[in-house]
Design a protein around this ligand. Sequence first.
Ligand code: GDP
Ligand code: MG
Length: 738
Amino acid sequence: MNGHFSSVGEKPTEAQYEHGIQVIDEDKEFNENINAYLQATNVADAGFNYHLISVFGSQSTGKSTLLNYLFGTEFNVMSEVERRQTTKGIWMSKNKRGSMADNILVMDVEGTDGRERGEDQDFERKSALFALATSEVLIVNIWEHQVGLYQGANMGLLKTVFEVNLQLFLKDKQSTPRSLLFFVIRDHIGHTPLSNLRNTLIQDLTKIWSSISKPAGFESSRIEDYFDFAFAALPHKILQPDKFEAEVKNLGGRFVTGNRNSKNQLEHGEQELEGGVFLPEYHRRIPADGFSHYANGIWDQIVHNKDLDLPTQQELLAQFRCDEISREVLKVFDEAIAPLEEQQAESARAGKPVVLPDLGKIGSSTREKCVKSFETQASRYHKKVYSDKRADLEEKIDQRLKTLYHGQLSAAHKACVTSFSDAVSGAVKQGQKSGGAYEFAEIVDAEKTKTLDTFRNEAQSLYIEGVAWTNFKPQYVLFEKELDEVSARLRKEEMRRLATRVERWVKSRLGDSVGLEFNKLGSGRGGAGAPENGEKPPTEKDLWDRIWNLFTSVVKEAEGRFTDRAKSFEASEDEVEVGLWRLRRKSWVALREKIEEEVMEGNILLKLRENFEDKFRYDEAGVPRIWRPADDIEGIYTRARESTLTLIPLLSKFKLSTTLAPPDLPEFIGHQPAAAEPEDEDDLTPIGGVDEEEGKSLEEEMTVLSESKRQDLVVRFKKTADGVYVEAKRSAIGGITQ
Ligand code: GDP
Ligand code: MG
């Protein structure tokens, strides 16, 4: 069927609308496909750049014929033979002629007093109302011989138009759109000049205007408050076809945009129009893409005899269209953003949040594209509705971007923290590999700057000019705080590494020098080879003094190393204090371990034997004795043995020869610093006398050999000494020299 476009899915083409489209059919039904037609004819996207013309006039006065000649349309024309009404309802077609205004839509309205419709004045009134509510220009088609016939059918129609017009403006006082009544006088013979015909018509119109009943408040309104007039005359189409066509062509030239020429305002509201008939003030300001919905709404009101309220209709249209445009725009938004949302959600679910590349760019450009596209289409509608709906749209878009952006920053936060701590650890490891020459504080500073930059760049890339919520300063501050916490943790780890290094150094120093001190025990003359510098040669009696001095000086040096290094990476005083306290404790434990190793059964027995043998086998001058039977072997043996035996009680207790008491270990180690945390203690060995609650006294801590071990050692040593003695005795008797 002509004008009914029903196949869905493909873009309609103009070819499917040869005769235009039937806007309202004979059953007063509004055609749902108007928008498809406007799309097919490329009017839908024209915004306000389109025009609507309706033609009125009695049945069979050549209206359709005129439109077809004028606009190149193909409205059905009554066949010369059948004489039957052809135009049913209201048809619409786009102008097909060039050199006219853009996008002229012409509505061919069913003529009045047609035989077919009988007395149906109702439809006439309704279609007049519809045409007036939508059209800028109303062409009134009239035979020349009808001019002046005030009682004629045309005049009845005009009366209707005027009444209906007032009815429309009852509700729409503020905008009061004007319309142009364009009289086209047909079969103009030429005897009566057009100016005379015009005067007659204007007189009639004025008469009609005064005769209509005007609503309250409009009693004194004048016809020219609402209408402009224009006139044209056309020769008889059949009798003077060439002239007819030439004049129609002339007439066509007037359908361009124009201006009001106020200087030339003629009597009775007839306007001298400069340029063309389309004055901006005639335009109903319904965007082309909303026309079909608007017209449908209007027609609905008209058909149901409701008071036509154009402002309300326009607001409803605005709501409808803004929502529709918003949905379309959101679809575009969705296409760009939904995949990113999915990716983000998925990675978060998997516990590996990703930083989406170029999110800021995509987000802001999509947002701008969508808002701009909404603005372009929707801003043509009712201003308040538009701005409300725009705010709604922005809210929706921003809500989603906000979630996305926050997810992005939390992913960036995580990634940056990880990469920061990895980078610092990596650099430290590298530094250790290359001999430990690295500056922890510098590494941390450099990596922190780098990481902060990365995070800041990400946060800034999400910023959208003029959009307050895209300022992510708080997130940045939070991130920086976390970096500081991570730095503190890493520094603590570095402190531990440093402590371990220093402890190892202490251990090795103690191992060497304490071992050396014990070795001296092997020499029975209190350290053979006395120092040449005149110092008092060390004696067995001050063994512990020497070890304590050695210990404290090694620890002091270690403390110095630790402090210097810790300060270099900006450790706090508290941290240093805790570190030193731990170092002293661990050093003491290391010393204890070393001493224990030295006094282990086999080791100490060997030392005692050496000590004894030294005293027994060498004389005071250090010359080896050669036993002879006359020698007082027994006496020498007893002295040497007793001398060595005095070492055992000496070795049993860590005691200073000066005070005859253990060194003040608690004083040396010091109190536990207030800044020490539980984790600073959990790898520490308890120390008697220092950790009182451990139930071990300082006395016990300083006990090197227990009573039973001591006795055992005495017994075993004596046996060993006895062995040496027997051997000496034998060698003396046997004359065997050693
Ligand atoms: P409508 O009902 O007003 O649309 O009239 P149509 O365009 O269908 O034409 C009705 C009849 O009038 C047709 O037979 C046309 O040939 C004829 N007609 C068209 N234009 C003219 C004209 O300028 N003068 C005369 N006398 N007849 C015309
Ligand atoms: Mg017709």
